[in-house]
Design a protein around this ligand. Sequence first.
Ligand code: NAD
Ligand code: UFG
Length: 336
Amino acid sequence: MKKILVTGGLGYIGSHTVVELYEAGYETVIIDNLVNSRIDALDKLKELTKKDITCYIGDCRDKELLRKIFKENEISGAIHFAGLKAVGESTTIPIDYYDNNIGSTIALLEVMKENNVKRIVFSSSATVYGTSQEVPLKETTSLGATNPYGRTKLFIEYILKDLYKSDNEWEIAILRYFNPVGAHKSGLIGERPNGTPNNLVPYIAEVAAGIRPFLRVWGNDYDTKDGTGVRDYIHVSDLANGHVLAIKQLDKVHGLLIYNLGTGIGYSVLDVVKAFEKASNMKVPYKIFDRRPGDIAVCYADPTKAKEEMGFVASRGIDEMMEDHWRFQKNLYIKK
Ligand code: NAD
Ligand code: UFG
């Protein structure tokens, strides 16, 4: 059976997608350089899928390694997760972001082309909508990016569009993720941020666990129901399933497809705090701080296109997201 190459497959979204792919009957080969993941994720994936998954530890910018992977495996296409993803960090080390995110994509596309494998699913982000306040965000909303990380995503989208224009044998799905949270039901895989978490839910989890004294709520003077920022949180397993549906969609519709992957529901920071407290039965003290530079008030998806065209529905609600997130985090802290 041909395999799907999953770059960054030991990371947060990649690992959940590998599980969903095996559940749907696909097989995978992983490449990951462990810059933001740990090798034990591979053992967990083998445990969850009961398969001996092939994984190459190395850099996706390394074309010789990619050639070796294509030589040693029959590859039908790639899902490209590998990349750096922290907005704040990207403003301090922009070259690393451009080099890694764009460099890995170019290397991958070149080696795919050499092997006449022309199917790719790319991890884009709602960040490509920039500061647009036109919610809900549709795939047709105008694009823009406000930081180096966002610009890498936007540039890669343009690279893929240009590639498709030059050769329409390519089959490309650009998936724009909203805010992934939660973890696999088993509690075996989830997000393990290095250092101080920037994102809301990982930070809240550390407050609930007593690692940090309180949550800093970045602003309560936005034009939202309680003044705090509103986002579209999506369970990582629902998001992962979106990749399986995108692969199936590319079987049916050969072309360049762009989909938002979100729930279409916006929750405020304080909604999330409340849901997390309920799920964990722990207190999450918080203090209000000034707005975080670059944040927008409200960001949520119009998920209609993904639903109508490929049957994508993010069915897990906020309570389940928080319960699953906490189950994984709690296990980590207990084992420490
Ligand atoms: P993650 O950091 O958990 O996973 C990325 C994986 O790629 C890691 O395992 C890392 O070690 C690996 N990696 C990075 N650079 C590599 C390279 N050059 N070669 C090989 N492996 C490399 O991040 P994630 O949350 O799973 O995100 C996956 C993708 O989705 C990223 O491209 C990210 O930008 C995008 N995305 C994430 C979010 C989010 O909030 N998590 C939102 C929108 C888009
Ligand atoms: N927030 C706090 N305190 C914190 C962290 C976050 O109040 O300690 C607030 C933010 O101000 C925002 C909301 O919680 O209102 C969500 O913030 P996150 O940092 O969790 O997520 P963002 O929406 O800012 O960004 C995330 C990813 C980006 C991605 C974007 C859209 O970090 O990479 O979602 O997909 F582009």
